[in-house]
Design a protein. Structure first.
Length: 107
């Protein structure tokens, strides 16, 4: 006897919308309500794991059930936001440092 999977068994409902089992960064950003630029930072730091073992420069796929679960985990969400905020802060500080160096070099 062969079992057939229905379309419903391969999708997840989040926020009254059906998502496929595997989603990309764009769809995950819609579920979590974050900008797309959060995801490379979270993947690089190991705070968010993509499916499989994708190359650094390849498209990342995530399990929609895992993204949905993480969207309800307050500790994980808090840590994720802190990681991205620190990353942006460090980039801004680095950029400000470059700007100061350029001004000093031109004097």
């Amino acid at each position: 006897m062969t079992e057939r999977l229905s379309d419903e068994s391969a999708s997840v409902t989040v926020h009254d919308r059906r998502w496929p089992a595997c989603i990309g960064v764009e769809e995950a950003s819609k579920i979590l309500g974050w900008p797309v630029y959060f995801f490379p930072v979270l993947v690089r730091t190991g705070h968010l794991k993509p499916l499989g073992k994708p190359a650094q420069n390849s498209r990342k796929w995530f399990a929609s059930v895992e993204i949905e679960r993480l969207s309800r985990d307050l500790a994980w969400l808090d840590r994720a936001v802190r990681i991205v905020e620190k990353h942006v802060h460090d980039l801004n500080a680095k950029q400000r440092g470059k700007d100061r160096d350029e001004v000093l070099a031109s004097n």
